[in-house]
Design a protein around this ligand. Structure first.
Ligand code: M6R
Length: 609
């Protein structure tokens, strides 16, 4: 995955491009580059590593000009290197291209182009586009691009500039996100909205198979054949500061602290005035269709998958529909047993995760109804699904997902309640209790956040160990999985989540004197069993942090440290537990001196397989 940005207008393009790329670094950060057009020439600057390297290079050797394109890369084809960094040119520097995605048939194209005398200077799939532009040059950029697009297969968002056709950028979208920013006497394109917010809030979100011809005074939208299409601009309502760190040391910490608000926003408008019912006015599914569902497949990756595990319990318990939760990269390649009564739910913060999107498309092709839960309104998932529940978490910049998870849980609980109402599977009072407890969550989450200093001291001592274990039963185990993922993702410490009852079937062998164990103890009916498991690890001298409901004094006899969370119904415990686990991972990462927001080898949104 990569980030692309383009600018044309009166400002120095270099400054706008660097600024835009800094908001897209979450999409990839192993190299970066820009190309700027000025007086009949295109100058390119590239640097390996973080954007700061490119910024230093440009401070020493600025590129003058008010039209340009830029790129921040996350390597897929070819290692991170200056040659492989974008923008790419053909044999001459007449065309420059930045690309996000994968050109699937690039090997064949490259062989053909080399046979026709083209010389390649990178290992990337992208470079074929620049050479094809040379081959198909009609004397004008738009028709040349439409000809080139007929040759390439795969997923791409492209921004292209030609020396012989100045004053123009062409931006193309096919299976990779792209937005166009509309300014006054200046226009922009970018992979994501935060890159534009400093300059404009009026955007076109390009749909699949759309192209924009961008000059400083106008933006024309076309299909990939070059036929004009009409689009409605979209007004972005996020505050620009919402995409900044807002005084926190890292985006992750800011996003952890935003959870009470994100939960409140996601609940807003979805609870009836009498506070007893769930409203999901955005859903098109009729009550008959809801009653007709006989099975649900929840499909997602990573943290979103973990949210799905909690959703399964909520939906099965309230709506009495069997739910399978599947990892998208597995699901898309198997032949799932579905009927026309199976509802497919996809969960994706970004709405662009390649495997989740593929699972969605397979389901649509089979004729299944698809309901998406996503945080990005203009994303592919949001636009392609039959129905969408948006999580109003606001932009999540840190690679480690936090507020997206909590708001996904809210969306899942709401949907479970809504489905139960339609199917009359839960007593009115049960749904009313769910709604009441959901409404009380923001204040309780504020309360959990107050434990941050205590969690920091525990995390600092845990961070000296190379292993950690997260144990739970039932719903606590689902959250343990998320806690372990967060911990390993940003602290780089090996972490395992285990259903506590399984320990003695193997993992107990790894428990040694002092090793950190986090035991989650909120499922009342499983509490005694969980305490027995805690005793098993204590007997091997593990150091146990127990997380449980406030007022549970009993537990102090069995663990080394206790962290209390405010009480809610056991069913909603994941929302209370996940914040301490996010903070534990965050402070362990800080203690180890890691780059919290951009953990090694990872990117925010995985738009390639
Ligand atoms: O955007 P998505 O929700 O589809 O992303 C799925 C995963 O890549 C994501 O949740 C990942 O696991 C997080 N970085 C974990 O913190």
């Amino acid at each position: 995955m990569c980030g692309i940005v383009g600018y044309i207008g009166p400002r120095q393009a270099q400054d706008v491009l660097l600024d835009g790329l800094s908001k897209l670094e979450y999409r990839g950060y192993d190299s970066a580059g820009i190309a700027v057009y000025d007086h009949g020439d295109i100058q390119v600057a590239k640097a390996v590593g973080r954007l700061v390297g490119l910024a230093d290079e440009l401070t020493q050797h600025p590129l003058q000009g008010s039209q340009g394109i830029g790129h921040t890369r996350w390597a897929t084809h070819g290692r991170p290197s200056e040659d492989n960094a974008h923008p790419h040119s053909g044999c001459a520097s007449d065309f420059v291209v930045v690309h996000n995605g994968i050109i699937e048939n690039y090997m064949q194209l490259r062989e053909d182009l080399e046979a026709r005398g083209h010389h390649f200077s990178s290992e990337t799939d992208t470079e074929v586009v620049a050479h094809l532009l040379e081959e198909y040059w009609t004397g004008e950029l738009v028709s040349t691009v439409t000809n080139v697009l007929k040759e390439i297969r795969g997923a791409y968002a492209l921004a292209i500039m030609a020396k012989q056709d100045p004053g123009k950028l062409v931006a193309v979208r096919k299976h990779s996100p792209l937005v166009i920013g509309l300014g006054n006497g200046e226009n922009f394109c970018a992979s994501d909205i935060p890159a534009l917010l400093q300059y404009t809030r009026t955007v076109y979100i390009l749909a699949e198979g759309e192209m924009a011809v961008i000059t400083k005074d106008a933006v024309e939208c076309l299909d990939l054949e070059g036929n004009p299409i009409q689009k409605q601009p979209f007004e972005v309502t996020w505050d620009a500061v919402a995409a900044e760190k807002g005084g926190y040391e890292h985006y992750m910490l800011k996003e952890i602290h935003e959870q009470p608000k994100a939960v409140r926003d996601t609940l807003s408008g979805r609870i009836s005035e009498d506070g007893r019912h769930v409203l999901l006015p955005e859903l098109h599914m009729t009550p008959d269709e809801l009653r007709n569902i006989d099975r649900i497949h929840i499909v997602a990756c990573g943290t979103s998958y973990h949210a799905g595990l909690v959703g399964k319990v909520a939906i099965e318990r309230l709506a009495r529909v069997p739910v399978d939760v599947e990892i998208a990269s597995e699901y898309r390649y198997r032949d799932p047993i579905v009927s026309d009564r199976t509802l497919i739910m996809v969960i994706s913060q970004s709405g662009e995760t390649a495997d989740t999107l593929a699972a969605l498309r397979n389901a649509m092709a089979r004729g299944n109804q698809v309901l998406a839960i996503t945080n990005v309104l203009g994303s592919s998932v949001a636009r392609e699904a039959d129905d969408v529940i948006v999580t109003w978490a606001g932009p999540e910049i840190s690679v480690a997902s936090t507020k997206a998870y909590t708001t996904q849980l809210i969306a899942l609980y709401l949907f479970a309640g809504y489905l139960a109402q339609a199917r009359s599977t839960a007593n009115d009072d049960v749904v009313a209790e769910l709604v009441r407890e959901l409404s009380s969550l923001p204040d309780k989450l504020e309360n959990v956040l107050e434990a941050a200093p205590l969690i920091q001291s525990i995390a600092e001592s845990f961070s000296t160990w190379d292993d950690a274990f997260f144990l739970g039963r039932g719903l606590d185990y689902s959250v343990a999985l998320e806690g372990a993922l967060k911990y390993k993702e940003i602290s780089y410490i090996h972490a395992e989540a285990y259903p506590a009852g399984e320990l003695k079937h193997g993992t107990l062998a790894l428990i040694v004197d002092g090793v950190p164990v986090v035991a989650l103890l909120t499922q009342d009916e499983l509490f005694d069993k969980m305490v027995s498991n805690v005793k098993e690890v204590k007997a091997r001298d593990a150091y146990v942090l127990g997380i449980t409901w406030v007022g549970n004094e009993e537990i102090t006899k069995s663990v080394d440290r206790v962290l209390y969370v405010p009480r809610t119904i056991a069913f909603l415990a994941p929302l209370m537990l996940v914040i301490p686990l996010q903070l534990l991972a965050y402070y362990a990462s800080v203690a180890r001196g890691n780059d919290v927001d951009k953990p090694r080898n990872l990117a925010k949104s995985v738009t390639v397989e």
